[in-house]
Design a protein around this ligand. Structure first.
Ligand SMILES: [Zn+2]
Ligand SMILES: [Zn+2]
Ligand SMILES: [Zn+2]
Length: 368
């Protein structure tokens, strides 16, 4: 391929030997790369450009089709975003030492590495090894998102797509944000200057497209702003799309996200548990181990076990507001029953009432 022939067919296939996508993302750079790659046997080149290829595909599926993206586009968004994450994290890990890419580094041999004949570690293992061994500064929040992406990909492989377009779009934008920063901070600095420049140019295009996706998300949130403003005291961050658009106001259909339309039909208990675990990072088991109170308790108003004692609402953030995901009650004066039974009470001291539940009062009076 020469410089004279390549521009004549900008949309055609770039060549079969190379996995260089003919995307608008890195238009004029693709041919330079094709020429360069055969001259340079640099092991770091292949995985990074492979990861970039997947990212090009993710952006194509997210931005070039219908709005919101079709089920097929969403499927490839999830699959290729997961693949990009895996390839890029491992590319950085291999730079630390090739054995770290093996599922079991103690079994690693250079021969197996060269042949590519080995079982490699999982994406989350790669993330953990980058943090714990390579000592990269990468956030727990990002680990959580990558885990959700892997779970999501597995669910997609086995059960088909269950999540809706808006949730996938919003979540993909966050993972893309992480990857673009990761490439910039942790991958580009180890490349030789010509490659680094090529990759950095690709990044510019990715950032621009990501801003486009983020703008869509923002516009959608803007459209919901007046509706959400009226419901700020019962609005929390949605565990599915991470937007501040999940309404727990006791409506019949159950807690509902106005952004991604996720509903927990008639199941406020799992909505509350989901929220506590995914958004607040609290679960029943670990709070029990820590000797703390469970994150979701029985509501003194409706009796359903859907009261999130440390919910963070749009009106009350950053402080915690006890909110029942079943009846939508916001509690102002929640206390633990002084009888020590673990029941939570809505108690306003009036000088006369006893800060105990009726059970504990019965037991107390029965003694005399
Ligand atoms: Zn949502
Ligand atoms: Zn309630
Ligand atoms: Zn009690």
């Amino acid at each position: 391929m020469t410089d004279q022939t390549a521009p004549k067919d900008p949309d055609g296939p770039e060549g079969t030997a190379e996995q260089v996508p003919t995307s608008a993302a890195v238009p004029s750079q693709a041919e330079k790369k094709t020429k360069r790659v055969s001259q340079r046997p640099d092991v770091s080149y292949t995985p990074v450009s492979n990861g970039l290829d997947y990212l090009v595909s993710v952006f194509q599926h997210l931005t070039e089709g219908a709005t919101p993206p079709s089920a097929r586009d969403l499927k490839y968004t999830v699959l290729h975003l997961q693949a990009a994450t895996e390839v890029l994290l491992k590319a950085r890990l291999a730079r630390e030492h090739f054995s770290l890419v093996f599922a079991d580094p103690t079994q690693a041999t250079y021969d197996a590495w060269q042949k590519g004949d080995f079982k490699s570690c999982g994406t989350l293992d790669a993330f953990d090894r980058l943090r714990n061994i390579a000592r990269l500064t990468i956030e727990e929040e990002d680990r959580k998102r990558i885990k959700e992406l892997s779970d999501h990909r597995n669910a997609l492989q086995h059960y088909g797509l269950t999540h809706n377009a808006y949730a996938i779009e919003a979540r993909a934008a966050r993972v893309l944000n992480f990857l673009i920063t990761f490439i910039h901070r942790h991958l580009i600095p180890g490349l030789e200057p010509a490659e680094a420049q090529y990759v950095e140019q690709g990044m510019d295009s990715f950032r621009l497209q990501l801003r486009g996706i983020e703008t869509l998300v923002k516009q959608r949130m803007n459209d919901l702003r007046s509706e959400l403003a009226k419901l700020a005291d019962v609005t929390v961050k949605c565990p599915d799309c991470e937007q501040w658009a999940m309404i727990a106001d006791g409506r019949d259909e159950g807690p509902t996200c106005l952004f991604c339309h996720q509903v927990w039909p008639e199941d406020p208990m799992s909505a509350a548990a989901n929220y506590a675990w995914i958004v607040l990072g609290l679960d029943e088991h670990s709070s029990f181990q820590d000797g703390g109170d469970p994150p979701v308790v029985e509501c003194p108003d409706c009796g359903v076990c859907a009261l999130v004692t440390e919910a963070v609402t749009a009106a009350g953030r950053p402080g915690a507001t006890p909110l029942c995901f079943s009846c939508g009650t916001v509690f102002k004066s929640l206390i633990d029953c002084e009888g020590g039974c673990g029941t939570v009470l809505d108690f306003a001291p009036d000088g006369e009432s006893i800060p105990m539940c009726s059970n504990c009062i019965d037991i107390r009076f029965a003694r005399f």
